[in-house]
Design a protein around this ligand. Structure first.
Ligand code: ADP
Ligand code: MG
Length: 279
């Protein structure tokens, strides 16, 4: 069987993880890979544009309501656009439990039931919320599901702050013996002043490469309204080509880095420098 490549996309809530991950998954499915995307965000909407707008029953909700068995997986791992397999970890009931721990439980169940092996997955993508990298959300890294991590950020302070915190978590876990590192940064641009140069500076301080500059594009919203990825709805568009190139780069990337990290004051200084230059 072909080797399995597993990557995790981490970033601040709302930064574009699910949009970008779903487009990478769709593009990768055209490159001959058997793709699985697992949403690891209690929002549970990671895979909707791959499924024509459908919300999947989540693994954690199934566990709570009917319990996990062989039958669970027909409901919770579903084929979407161009054969991409889609699944959502789910989250705790609002006000109860820890979302990060839940994600770890869901990933362990996927492993225990050998879902990736049964489906012959060759490319697995985990779309993980990275606002707080508490012990729970670090579990995909600690347990070896997220050995290769992509940080998604824009040039906005809180997005950079979250990306930096995820890099800090990676350093800590590596010092404790975990096998995880950063494959690169994805700049999902918000069009703030000097954004390209700012994120370039940030990446070079961390010592990790930038895998792609994803332009802000109205085709993302348009395709979302059609309940599709850009790759499906506008396959010939420049935006779809950006996602295809990014997918290609990630699939072939073999380099991983344990990043240096910054302090918040230095991130603010970096922002000030670029905003003064480009205002
Ligand atoms: P996350 O999964 O990180 O919470 P989403 O992927 O759901 O974020 O994206 C949040 C919103 O940002 C979505 O409504 C999406 O339409 C928009 N968005 C993401 N990337 C882009 C982009 N490159 N251009 C335009 N809009 C984008
Ligand atoms: Mg999301």
């Amino acid at each position: 069987m072909a080797e399995l490549k597993q990557v995790a996309v981490y970033g601040k809530g709302g930064i574009g993880k699910s949009t970008t991950t779903s487009n990478i998954a769709a593009a990768a499915s055209h490159m001959g890979l058997t793709v699985l995307q697992v949403g690891c965000d209690p929002k549970s909407d990671s895979t909707t544009t791959l499924l024509g707008g459908k919300m999947l029953p989540t693994i954690l909700n199934e566990m709570r309501t009917v319990g996990i068995s062989d039958e669970t997986w027909d409901k919770c791992v579903v084929k979407g656009y161009n054969g991409v397999w889609c699944s959502e970890a789910g989250g705790p009931r609002p006000g109860a439990g820890c979302a990060g721990k839940g994600v770890a439980v869901a990933l362990d169940l996927i492993a225990q039931y050998k879902i990736r092996e049964k489906l012959g997955i060759t490319f697995a993508l985990y779309d993980v919320l990275g606002d707080v990298v508490c012990g729970g959300f670090a579990q995909p890294m600690r347990r070896g599901y997220a050995r290769e991590i992509y940080l998604i950020t824009s040039g906005e302070l809180m997005a950079l702050y979250a990306a930096n915190n995820i890099a800090k978590a990676v350093s800590l876990l590596v010092s404790e013996g975990a096998d995880c590192a950063i494959g690169g940064i994805i700049n999902n641009m918000r069009n703030v002043a000097g954004e390209k140069e700012l994120v370039e500076d940030f990446a070079s301080i961390l010592g990790v490469p930038i895998m792609a500059y994803v332009p802000r594009s109205e085709l993302v919203q348009k395709s979302e309204l059609e309940r599709k990825t850009v790759v499906e709805a506008y396959p010939e568009s420049p935006q779809a080509k950006v996602y295809a190139q990014l997918a290609e780069r990630i699939i072939h990337n073999k380099d991983r880095k344990v990043a240096k990290t910054m302090e918040i004051d230095d991130i603010i200084k970096l922002l000030n420098k670029h905003q003064m230059l480009f205002a």
